[in-house]
Design a protein around this ligand. Structure first.
Ligand SMILES: O=C(O)c1ccc[n+]([C@@H]2O[C@H](COP(=O)([O-])O)[C@@H](O)[C@H]2O)c1
Ligand SMILES: Cc1cc2nc[nH]c2cc1C
Length: 381
């Protein structure tokens, strides 16, 4: 399944990209005035093989949830049970991701790939908070990436567990190669399912106490950066915990010496089950030629692995935001992706990417709706 997906991932369509660049030159705005949105709309034309490309409607966020053996090293101030408790909160509709998904009409799918403690039923009925009604509901097709919440389709839990969390990467590989591959295939299946259900854009989400330690190790392994450059404060660790976290990442990399040319080996050595699943999710979008909007540092770590497996997958990636985690900036630079928004967020769940969705949709809408100089009778310079 993974090999087939990789074989399906093709380069962007150069003719559609040329068409989009040429159209941009004729639209009623100074050339280049839309900054990174212009190149984004060109890339999305190349991905779709059409100019203009489809508006990114029917967004679907998948939150991959798992626990981490490295939690035992004291790298996060939060107890491991918070992963399972937040999954219940997602299912109840009470988390930030739910509020932001309602804001843009995205569906929420939670995938348990390896939560270590039992997940209780939703703590409160969905939605936990009554969504604020918009004064006039827009037509579903009128506002891509905004409006048309789907009250018929609340958050959904999919249980495809590989094991009860990863192992402690400082004492042994976090996963076996087989476990890493199985998690990738779970992500692939999730992405293909959502695309099959009509998702026009996939949005990455993650939940896993201690996963910013694994993300830092993955980013260091793929970019060659020093652990101190890519390790951040995660949920908000104090100075002693931060120092321990950098030492843990350094020790794990020294122990396993992961080879970036062997992405499954890197995921197995220092990754988490949600990172591996995110790799598959990204590859499913790229193989389906559906854009993938990346959230924070965990998505960036997974994107580096996905691009190491299938370099042309980079064409499907849109960096939703710049997470406050330093590894996200290092990873995005390695991927050559400019973040669409930069708000100092460090929450995960898919929240930053959901906020960026209207920006990405705006980039595409320009190609659909803006008049040319000719048509509007505006003089050119
Ligand atoms: O998305 C990010 O960039 C991000 C930055 C910091 C923390 N997080 C979230 O916080 C959790 C991991 O934080 P930590 O400190 O336990 O490693 C995990 O559930 C992530 O989704 C996420
Ligand atoms: C409360 C909480 C919510 C989260 N959402 C994503 N990671 C998280 C970590 C914590 C601790």
């Amino acid at each position: 399944m993974l090999d087939e997906a990789i074989a399906e991932i093709r380069p962007l369509d150069g003719a559609a990209m040329d068409e989009a660049r040429e159209l941009h030159g004729r639209l009623t705005k100074p050339a280049g005035s839309l900054g990174v949105l212009e190149e984004l709309s060109v890339r999305l034309s190349g991905l779709a093989g059409a100019c203009p490309p489809p508006l990114p409607e029917d967004a679907a966020v998948a939150i991959f949830a798992a626990d981490h053996g490295v939690h035992a090293q004291g790298v996060s101030p939060w107890p491991q049970e918070v992963t399972a408790q937040m999954v219940s909160n997602f299912l109840a509709g009470g988390a930030v991701v739910n509020a932001f998904a309602r804001q843009v009409g995205a569906t929420v799918t939670v995938v348990d790939v390896g939560v270590a403690t039992p997940i209780a039923g939703p703590t409160t009925p969905e939605p936990a908070v009554t969504p604020v009604p918009t004064p006039r509901a827009p037509e579903p097709s009128a506002v891509p990436g905004a409006g048309h919440p789907s009250p018929d389709r609340g958050p959904r839990l999919v249980s495809m567990r590989v094991r009860d969390g990863s192992r402690d990467m400082t004492v042994e590989p976090a996963l076996t190669r087989d476990e890493a591959r199985r998690a990738v295939e779970i992500g692939l299946r999730t992405g293909y399912d959502l695309c099959g259900q009509g998702a026009g854009i996939l949005i990455t989400g993650d939940m896993g106490i201690a996963n910013t330690t694994a993300a830092a190790a993955l980013i260091a392994a793929f970019t060659g950066a020093d652990p101190a450059e890519v390790t951040g404060r995660g949920t908000g660790v104090d100075d002693p915990t931060y120092a321990r976290k950098v030492a843990v990442v350094r020790a794990a990399l020294a122990r396993h010496a992961p080879d970036p040319a062997d992405p499954i080996g890197v995921l197995a050595a220092v990754g988490g089950l949600e990172h591996a699943a995110l790799v598959g999710f990204i590859l499913a979008g790229a193989a389906s030629r559906v854009p993938v909007l990346l959230d924070g540092v965990n998505a960036v770590a997974a994107a580096l692995a996905a691009v190491a497996l299938a370099p042309d997958a980079a064409g499907a990636l849109v960096a939703g935001h710049r997470s406050a985690e330093p590894g996200a900036t290092v990873g995005l630079a390695g991927l050559g992706l400019p973040p669409l928004i930069d708000l100092g967020l460090r929450l995960g769940e898919g929240t930053g990417a959901l906020l960026a969705l209207p920006v990405a949709a705006g980039a595409v809408r320009v190609l659909h709706e803006v008049a040319t100089f000719d048509a509007a009778g505006v003089s050119e310079k």
